[in-house]
Design a protein around this ligand. Sequence first.
Ligand code: CIZ
Length: 301
Amino acid sequence: MTSQQRKIRKMLADKEGILLVHFYARPEVQEIADVLGDSLLLAQSAASSDAKVIVFAGVHFMAQSAAMLSPQKTILLPRVDAGCPLADMADAASVKKMKMEEPDAVFMAYVNSTAEVKAESDICCTSSNALKIIKTLPPAKKVVMLPDGNLARHVASVTGRQIIAWKGCCPIHQALTVEEVRECKQKYPQAPFAAHPECRQEVLALADFVGSTSAIIRFARETNANQIIIGTEEGILTELQKQNPGKIFIPASPSLVCIDMKKITLDDIERSLETMQPVITVPRDIGKAAKNALDRMLTAS
Ligand code: CIZ
């Protein structure tokens, strides 16, 4: 540990705080996490922890979820501008409009959405539990999945459910092309390709495994292959390499880098713990409705 990492750990201990870090965050931040995980694990950890302060090294929607699940705790997001372009592709007014057009449908919001959009939705899901959550919904019901159209199409193709896919996407996963994957496969013919369901359908069609970050990490641990092509944000490589020092992980494209997920640095965390800012809160009325959708997901997970 560097002296700055030690200092941050001491500040966290003094303030009875914990640091929740997403797999896509910077390696030096991942190294000092209390919990390193995907948004589902981080949401569950925020809800169950008895810490007074939660420092979130992820993006805004994740800190918002923590604030709704733990209203009595102080939730710090060291860079308030760490956003999610995918989450911004759905707004409450458009969801309200769609609800009028599809009055009988169940609205299932990916956690990568704003609190306002969650508040308009019936239930949330993450990429790690979407297939499980959809099975809890009445089979005859049409489902509107938002805001990620690729995840919606993937869930529809695996389950055979009638799903209306919102027209949103993660620009990072969307940018991965069939040509890039084919090139990697040609270069590493023995390597299976593990892809995130936020990738385009034609890219997923080339995958040997499709799953969330935590599922890709499990797949990498369990497969006998010692070279694996990774089709998700490159931050995951830190944990993959740590858990599998003998295996080689090949990013499917050099462009799989999310600048928002990389915004929070050790300096930002230190400053945030010094100033106890920026605090993330959610207006009470929105928070209550959004928390219902999150709670339904957590109960079903
Ligand atoms: O749900 C998450 O944490 C995200 C953004 C990706 C994943 O697959 O874990």
